[in-house]
Design a protein around this ligand. Sequence first.
Ligand SMILES: Nc1nc2c(ncn2[C@@H]2O[C@H](COP(=O)(O)OP(=O)(O)OP(=O)(O)O)[C@@H](O)[C@H]2O)c(=O)[nH]1
Ligand SMILES: [Mg+2]
Length: 336
Amino acid sequence: MAKPVPANLIMGFLGVGKTTAIRGLLARHPTAERWAVLVNEFGQVGIDEQLVAGGGVAVKQVPGGCLCCVSSAAFAAGLVQLLRQHRPHRVLIEPSGIGHPTQVIHQLTGADFATALELRASITLVDARKLADPRYTGHPAFTDQLEEADVVVGNKLDGYTAADRHRFMDMARAFDPPKEAVTMVEQGRFPLELLDAPRRVRQGRFPDAHDHHHGEGAAAHRVGPAGAGEGEDGWLWVEGVAADTHSVGWRIPDSVRFRRARLEAWLAGLVAHRVKGVVATDAGWLEVNLADGVLQMVPAAGALDSRLEVIAFGSHLDGAELDRSLRHCVMGDGPP
Ligand SMILES: Nc1nc2c(ncn2[C@@H]2O[C@H](COP(=O)(O)OP(=O)(O)OP(=O)(O)O)[C@@H](O)[C@H]2O)c(=O)[nH]1
Ligand SMILES: [Mg+2]
């Protein structure tokens, strides 16, 4: 029988830099090896897939929701397909930033994958600037991800003050038993070797998938389309709501070009915690990112269609209204 394939979870809260880290790992991975990536996004349309794809890397997207709630059958099927089709030497798994990792780990180490996968170190990225903010430190997903980590990485070091660095090191070193490794980096660039750090088997927690969900019961966390619309032109949007988290996602034919300037103004005016996308504009294809209030629009490789995802917690997003205003950012729609 084939040897089990090493796998790692790359965890961390929404927008902390998981996909950036995975892209960096793929750029540095041993050239003789085939690596594959399984991404799960909270939103409905799937952006990370596009960001990671290319360079011959196999990417599989498990849509809508967090891995712990996406039907475990869909997750297992996605993983099995990835393993069968691509026979990778390693699998990197990015769970949704607002997901709880416990159930995922339970499944990956359970009977389904016992002979196929060998789960190695779980890596959790954290933004040290959030450690003083009770909205994060009190969020079960945030704390679970740290608890489950074998390696804790403080990412976005370029934005830290000395106090952030100390707070991070104090937090990361306080775990008992201690973490295998603790480091601070920019752009998720932690040493590749950390993927092979030992994984500690934690026992006596879970396995009820539904007892740790924002304290609001399982049903509340499931993402379901709340509203959606499809134009004759193939323009499609879908809204998802789970507990206090809202998302609106778009898939738009590549024939539609956005005006960069209008799109930027639209993005700047959003009340959202996270935006990401790959969008065709009059300035070419752009990768769009809003995290921690920082908006980035950088050139991107072309894609089959434009995709955009907006996520907010604690506040409502009106999909239909956002869709109307987004349509005004398209070329040909009124004066520039
Ligand atoms: N300043 C700074 N920005 C970073 C760093 N690492 C990542 N980013 C930016 O943070 C934003 C989010 O990065 P992603 O890698 O998409 O984060 P993610 O954790 O995959 O996000 P989700 O999948 O939405 O949870 C992007 O705009 C990145 O360019 C860093 O070290 N410093
Ligand atoms: Mg990501």
